[in-house]
Design a protein around this ligand. Structure first.
Ligand SMILES: Nc1nc2c(ncn2[C@@H]2O[C@H](COP(=O)(O)OP(=O)(O)OP(=O)(O)O)[C@@H](O)[C@H]2O)c(=O)[nH]1
Ligand SMILES: [Mg+2]
Length: 319
């Protein structure tokens, strides 16, 4: 199951208490204070792991508490620090404060780490309070408490190209042909219910394409699957608008393209500033009249380049 939003509670470990102790040893008169410092509490750390692709495990495991630091000991022994607790997530996860929605940070690449809650410092033992005016201090500090907070984790998949289009346009079929991904393909709308990533090898370069569930007119108002999944194209560098251009399935490709673009604008107008291309599908089953010329004209009028040059590139397009 694909889960891209979860709420979790994190708490850094508390610091260990400082120790009050005096050196008592034969032949060492007035041994003095020797209470050690408490250990530091562990941090709760978010780490991106590339082979994860959903936040599902965190839905059932919401509380994350790092280990506390051990108390300081006699003989100036410092307590052991608590171990960090690592919460693993897919790359592209953003952590936000639950109450304010303010972003705490994000982990974008495999191995990136972000501290979600710091552990508390250990308290000082009585050895630290020794001074000329106080030769036998009996004070020690308690450890600091670790930070704690409720967070919302949000996943925005990392992909280079986002495949957008009406249901049944052939997005999953296209992804299955250009990559090793095997999304579900069937002749009914909303076959794909969550985004699927595929790695495309093109000559020397490879890039990641994301198949996004179909968008229908009125999706901004909740029709179909809504616009929830458009969050996953917010990080893509380009959009590929996939349109059924067979002319035999009773669909008007120009109207479909326009509807998808309108929904995208309602979600985030900045998305349409990215380079866009149009992929006309089902060309093996073309009827008469062929809708391709009209689609091509509409696409060019809307700045959907047929080559990867952004319309704003300000230079002559080589193709
Ligand atoms: N003839 C023909 N059929 C195609 C082509 N591409 C896709 N199809 C068929 O169209 C139907 C829908 O294809 P999908 O790839 O599942 O479409 P989708 O855009 O992913 O659909 P959703 O996941 O529902 O949004 C399937 O029955 C495919 O076999 C094509 O190029 N030619
Ligand atoms: Mg699909």
């Amino acid at each position: 199951m694909f889960v891209d939003r979860v709420k979790i509670f994190v708490k850094g470990g508390d610091g260990g208490r400082g120790c009050v102790s005096f050196r008592r040893e034969a032949y060492v008169p007035r041994g003095g204070p020797d209470g050690g410092v408490g250990g530091k509490g562990g941090d709760v750390v978010l780490q991106a792991i590339s082979h994860h692709n959903t936040l599902l495990p965190l839905r059932y495991h919401t509380e994350h508490r790092a280990e506390r630091g051990e108390h300081g000991g006699p003989g100036n022994r410092t307590g052991r620090s608590g171990a960090d607790l690592v919460v693993t997530v897919p790359p592209g996860t953003i952590a936000r404060h639950e109450a304010t929605g303010e972003a705490l940070g994000e982990v974008l690449h495999d191995g990136d780490r972000l501290v979600l809650a710091k552990g508390g410092r250990g308290g000082r033992g009585n050895r630290s309070f020794l001074s000329n005016s106080n030769r036998a201090p009996r004070e020690a500090e308690p450890g600091e408490t670790g930070e704690e907070r409720w967070l919302r984790l949000e996943l925005r998949l990392i992909a280079d190209v986002g495949l957008l289009g009406m249901p049944n346009a052939g997005k999953s079929t296209l992804l299955s042909r250009i990559s090793a991904a095997r999304p579900k393909i069937a002749d009914y709308p909303f076959t794909t219910l969550s985004p699927v990533l595929g790695v495309v090898e093109a000559g020397d370069t490879t890039f990641v394409a994301a198949d996004i569930p179909g968008i229908i007119e009125g999706a901004h108002a909740g029709a179909g699957l809504g616009l929830e999944f458009l969050r996953h194209v917010q990080r893509t560098r380009a959009l590929l608008l996939v349109v059924d251009a067979s002319g035999t399935s009773g669909r008007d490709p120009v109207a479909d393209l326009q509807a998808v673009r309108e929904e995208v604008v309602r979600f985030d107008p900045a998305l349409l500033q990215r380079p866009q291309m149009v992929a006309a599908t089902k060309r093996d089953a073309v009827g008469a009249p062929d809708p391709l010329p009209a689609l091509r004209r509409a696409a060019e009028a809307w700045g959907c380049a047929r080559c990867p040059c952004p319309p704003s590139a300000g230079r002559a397009c080589p193709s």
